[in-house]
Design a binder for this molecule. Structure first.
Ligand SMILES: [Zn+2]
Ligand SMILES: [Zn+2]
Length: 581
């Protein structure tokens, strides 16, 4: 089914909802009922507001009504006719005012005995909509026209899909998503916490979160090392002059923490790592032999997100970014950009991300010199090269006109978790403006000073956003390499604690994140607690094991593995860890 057709169904269902409500609650005034993602809603002004308990009856009435609707007919009406029809509905009258002011036609659409003020786009035969493909979902308060000065109306939400199967799948995924909510699991698995005295949006990483961060940085550093990146370190703050040069001030000032003033200067917490990296480039003279220069840093940035917009780990005020800036010549650009995209693909494979989409945001020719830096040829050339990279690597992407950054084309990356939840991970940008702003140059073969291009890239996003995503993607069942605790050693009784401790120490000495459960709890309880902690492996040690000189290994995902020698377990875990399993 085309998206357009599904929208027509959802729109028609909004009419059916209003019709049902007006039948069951005749003194209700209906306001507006648009189509939204996953369904539709309608806002009502009830005499006595309904509750979610009433939704079932409304839904039954809706289905009854719908069966009788064989078509939807539209007609243009005059302003006075429209006002007369909706004389006792202030909301519709206000909408009519709006249409009249714009000089648009006023149209009514009718099905059965229900008529609404509406611009059209319905399904031809509403009675053909399968009754089990939609359902009323929930109720919420909503101010008329979204303005809190206006009256609070009652919004009834409905879900609607092409078929019952799709509706059921959506509901199932939504329930699963709630179970996987990173805020809930992050707490249960002791990954991160917030504290009022530290401040909103400033996450504290507990030891389990710290272990995950270390594992991710190890992965990134390993990949970047092989990719020829050089690691740098920069301070968390800088003088205002730096941000005036970069252009963050004054345009980006609202998103930055207010400055600290001392020694006659103004110091800002950094909102981005780029300006610092540009200064590292500028610190020493460059020749063509130094390029491409790839500077990488897990840099911590601070942004002043509004408190109402903070959300778990997804929107925070301090973030550790998997940042790097690649300075290269135009000739080198294609290969450099391709290597960045290839890096993404490697990460997607490691994380089991099967569904992703890249958006190539381009300039608009008409806005060169205003919204976009005036380099017509460079725009076309780099956009072509970026497109060719994506095509060559067979990456799913679409193009968006007039969506680029001021200083060059960019690629936004969307990924979907295993249960189909969409996340925005990262943005890569090509930057033509660096040279002009920072005076970065290199001496070329021909003895001429030239300006490099700069690629901004952050494939692993920020630790905050990525770990938020990974918690939901894996539902807390992290693969071995990422698990805060990789193996739990469980002595069956007190007599086995000493051997267990020795084994745990051998694991730790080999770099494996092992933990021992030496509580006096029953064996069953110890196993249960290892399972709630989602530890990928547990090693059980009892009399038989000690006699045989083996350890019983169990896996969270595969169940009992068997009796193995100490060295076999260590080798197995080291191998899986190295293979990012
Ligand atoms: Zn309509
Ligand atoms: Zn940057």
């Amino acid at each position: 089914m085309k998206k357009e057709q599904l929208e027509q169904i959802r729109h028609t269902l909004a009419h059916a909802l209003a019709s049902a409500v007006l039948k069951l609650y005749p003194n209700t005034k209906h306001a507006i009922g648009p189509v939204i993602d996953n369904g539709f809603y309608y806002d009502f002004d009830f005499e006595i507001p309904v509750t979610e308990d009433d939704l079932k009856a409304i839904e039954i009435e809706m289905k009854k009504t719908l069966k009788t609707w064989k078509g939807v007919t539209g007609k243009e009406v005059s302003d006075s006719e429209a006002r007369a029809f909706f004389a006792d509905n202030p909301y519709k009258l206000e909408l009519i005012d709006g249409i009249a002011k714009k000089g648009d036609k006023i149209t009514f659409y009718t099905s059965g005995d229900y008529t609404d003020l509406c611009a059209g786009n319905h399904i031809d035969n509403p009675s053909a909509i399968p009754c089990d493909s939609f359902k009323l979902d929930k109720i919420a308060g909503a101010y008329w026209r979204g303005d809190e000065k206006n009256k609070m109306l009652t919004r009834i939400y409905g879900l609607a899909f092409e078929s019952k199967d799709e509706l059921d799948l959506f509901i199932k995924n939504r329930e699963e998503a709630a179970k996987r909510d990173h805020r809930k699991l992050g707490k249960e698995l002791s990954i991160f916490a917030y504290d009022d005295e530290v401040g909103a949006g400033l996450p504290l990483w507990l030891p389990n979160g710290g272990a995950m961060i270390e594992a991710l940085e190890k992965l990134a550093k390993d990949m970047e090392f092989r990719g020829g990146y050089k690691r740098v370190k920069t301070p968390h703050l800088a003088k205002d002059n730096l941000y005036l040069t970069s252009g963050h001030l004054p345009y980006y000032e609202d998103s930055m923490y207010p400055p600290m003033e001392y020694e006659g200067g103004k110091y800002y917490l950094k909102a981005m790592n780029c300006p610092h990296h540009h200064k590292i480039y500028a610190a020493e003279k460059k020749s063509y032999k130094d390029l491409p220069l790839r500077l990488a840093e897990y840099g911590t940035c601070y942004r002043h997100e509004k408190s109402g917009e903070l959300f778990g780990l997804m929107r925070v005020r301090s973030m550790q970014m998997n940042d790097a800036h690649i300075y290269c010549t135009e000739e080198q650009f294609f290969n450099e950009f391709k290597a960045v995209i290839e890096l993404y693909l490697k990460y997607f494979k490691i994380f089991g991300i099967d569904k992703y989409m890249m958006r190539l945001s381009k300039h608009s020719k008409e806005k060169l010199g205003q919204k976009y830096i005036n380099e017509p040829e460079l725009w076309i050339k780099t956009e072509d090269m970026v497109r060719k990279c994506l095509v060559d690597l067979n990456v799913p992407f679409f193009e968006a006109e007039d969506e680029a950054a001021f200083y060059g084309p960019k690629i936004d990356v969307q990924v979907w978790s295993v249960i189909g939840k969409e996340f925005t991970l990262a943005t890569n940008q090509v930057d033509f403006a660096v040279p002009a702003r920072f005076g970065l140059t290199y001496m070329d073969k021909d003895g001429k000073e030239k300006t490099p291009l700069c690629i901004h890239r952050a494939p692993l996003s920020t630790h905050e956003r990525l770990i938020g995503f990974l918690i939901e993607h894996y539902g807390g069942n992290f693969p071995l390499w990422l698990s805060p605790v990789q193996i739990k050693v469980i002595p069956i009784g007190e007599a086995h604690v000493e051997v267990a401790q020795k084994f745990a120490m051998s694991l730790i000495n080999k770099g494996i994140r092992a933990d021992i459960d030496s509580n006096n709890d029953s064996f069953g309880k110890k196993v249960r607690s290892a399972k709630t902690e989602r530890v990928p492996y547990f090693a059980i040690i009892g009399d038989k094991d000690i006699e045989a000189g083996t350890i019983t290994l169990e896996s969270r995902d595969a169940g009992k593995i068997g009796s193995l020698k100490e060295s076999e377990i260590i080798d197995k875990l080291i191998k899986e860890n190295e293979e990012y399993k």
